[in-house]
Design a protein around this ligand. Structure first.
Ligand SMILES: C[S@@+](CC[C@H](N)C(=O)[O-])C[C@H]1O[C@@H](n2cnc3c(N)ncnc32)[C@H](O)[C@@H]1O
Length: 83
């Protein structure tokens, strides 16, 4: 996670860039990105319980601007099936 944030900073990715975390789990990557100043953050996960957990973590951390949604990313599966 620290390496991802360092990479974004090294590449000088603007803080207002849209970031989509596919398979966000408990959402902690986006929480850390918000702490680093990123403002347009969305996390999706196909697990409703993961999204519920990420919403609790978001509330605890006071990061109400992060968006979380239950969603299934089909593209990964198609790539695995075709390889
Ligand atoms: C390792 S965990 C979370 C990692 C998180 N992004 C981080 O950096 O801490 C991976 C998550 O991906 C979700 N996931 C796996 N395949 C997915 C798919 N096709 N669409 C949406 N979510 C998916 C799982 O439910 C799981 O919560």
């Amino acid at each position: 996670m620290v390496r991802i944030i360092r990479w974004l900073e090294k590449q000088q990715i603007p803080l207002d860039s849209s970031v989509l975390d596919i398979g966000t789990g408990n959402g902690v990557l986006l929480i850390e990105l918000a702490k680093s100043g990123y403002t347009d953050l969305t996390g999706i996960d196909y697990s409703p319980s993961a999204i519920q957990l990420s919403e609790k973590v978001r509330e605890k951390e006071g990061m109400s601007n992060i968006k979380f949604k239950v969603s299934f990313e089909r593209k990964f599966i198609e790539e695995i099936e075709s390889s």
